[in-house]
Design a protein around this ligand. Structure first.
Ligand code: UD1
Length: 415
């Protein structure tokens, strides 16, 4: 078990280059199984999650190689279609192979994803969609098996705009016979990026990025070369880092439009932002004022930035209220923040945060990926060093995190 020891910085200043998006890369790596031939993806971040996905694809018999941030995937003609439990359970997003593998090879037997610390995270919406497209589903102890001769286009209404279900069904629909409509679809930028990739491979998709997506199936997709979009959650985390440290950062290689829910809140808090086409300069010298946050599907405030914002509100003037509507158990960072001196009360899915003038360095645990990011933010204004344990969670989603922090004046020592 490794940890980061973070010393409160004297000054946070400099330039941060944002990596490719984890949540866009994971579905696009699985979508690369749909075309026949070699697909090359660039700007794929080196993270434990993307490495697990590479292992899963490889163990099924496909060719998946990685050179720097470029990944090349060559689908096998007769792959294995029942991935092993131990590998699949390491990554919830592993379930995203179901759509492409079922649509292309007509069979998949996949371990049912277990519970997850931030919530139960069921897959009922994915399965209802595959069933509507004509797949025969058999659910056994701990696994789901799906077969089809050919998927058929269908009208699918999602009870909730699930990101994973929208992606899985959109990928499957590309090789189905006829037209599929996904209503109440998720509209996250990562959905649009997946659709852009699929369309470059020859898929016919309309409406991605809205709540109704129409896919006209085809028999065959062709491989292409594609660059993954920048990671909006990593960029939002560095904005929160600059704000917490009252620093000055130039955050580069991003799409500022994807960060609107975060930048709007930061400006309300008194942070000065200069937004350009592909970068944001943040000057956070003024004191921060509290705001209220409610997490919602895109374009609402992202749940993946809620823990970081909760840490920031702990250091702001006044009282802020955070309501988490996406996951039922996404306040696990709060007891750790309280151990560092934050003043937060939780009632169900609502947290009430009274800002304090500073926090205390302590040993704290990263219970999940974004909780780890929140503790890093809290550590910046502590009176002493903070040790964050279980940083494996942080390394699931932040490429070269200690190196990027060191470069902007934050001393991080990995133990
Ligand atoms: C994706 C992101 C994750 C982000 C989340 C919400 C990836 C790899 N992960 O996760 O970082 O926090 O979107 O923006 O892209 N649900 C059901 N039934 C289903 C599917 C989902 O009830 O079949 C519920 C979940 O329990 C959860 C909510 O819908 O409460 C949102 O889940 P979903 O949008 O599917 O998130 P993921 O795709 O798992």
């Amino acid at each position: 078990m490794s940890s980061y020891i973070i010393t409160p910085p004297a000054e946070v200043k400099g330039t941060v280059e944002i990596s490719g998006s984890k949540n866009a890369a994971l579905p696009i790596i699985t979508a690369a199984l749909l075309p026949d031939g070699a697909t090359t993806l660039t700007r794929v971040p080196h993270l434990s999650d993307t490495k697990f996905m590479q292992e899963i694809i490889s163990i099924l018999g496909h060719d998946c190689s990685w050179d720097d941030n470029q990944m090349t995937i060559i689908p096998a003609s007769r792959p294995i279609t029942d991935p092993p439990m131990e590998l699949m359970s390491k990554l919830r997003a592993s379930f995203l192979i179901m759509g492409p593998v079922l649509a292309k090879y007509g069979h998949i037997r996949i371990p049912y994803p277990g519970g997850c610390k931030i919530g139960a995270r069921p897959i009922d919406l994915h399965l209802k969609g595959f069933s509507a497209m004509g797949a025969e589903l058999c659910q056994g102890h701990g696994y789901v098996e799906a077969t089809c001769n050919h998927l058929e286009g269908a009208d699918i209404y999602l009870d909730f705009p699930s990101v994973g279900a929208t992606e899985n069904l959109m990928m499957a629909a590309c090789l189905a016979r006829g037209i599929t409509n996904i209503e109440n679809a998720a509209a996250e930028p990562e959905i649009l990026d997946l659709a852009e990739f699929l369309m470059q491979c020859g898929a016919e998709i309309e409406g991605a990025g809205s709540d109704r997506i129409t896919i006209t199936g085809t028999d065959h997709l062709s491989p292409c070369q594609y660059e993954i979009i920048p990671d909006r959650i990593e960029a939002g985390t560095f904005l929160a880092i600059a704000a917490a440290a009252h620093g000055h950062l130039d955050i580069q290689n991003i799409r500022p439009a994807h960060l609107k829910p975060m930048t709007a809140k930061l400006e309300e808090m008194g942070v000065n932002l200069t937004i350009e086409e592909k970068s944001i300069e943040i000057d956070a010298s003024a004191p921060l004022s509290a705001v209220d946050i409610k997490t919602l599907p895109y374009p609402g405030f992202p749940t993946d930035l809620q823990p970081q914002m909760t840490a920031l509100l702990s250091l702001s003037k006044g009282t802020g209220i955070v309501v988490e509507t996406i996951f039922e158990n996404r306040f696990m960072h709060i007891p750790e923040l309280v151990r560092m001196g934050a003043n937060i009360k939780v009632d169900g899915r609502t947290a009430v945060i009274d800002g304090v003038s500073g926090l205390t360095g302590a040993e704290v645990r990263a219970t999940d990926l974004r909780a780890g990011a929140a503790l890093t933010i809290a550590a910046l204004s502590a009176n002493d060093a903070t040790e964050i344990i279980d940083i494996e969670h942080i390394e699931r989603g932040y490429e070269n995190f200690p190196e990027k922090l060191n470069k902007i004046g934050i001393s991080v020592y990995k133990k």
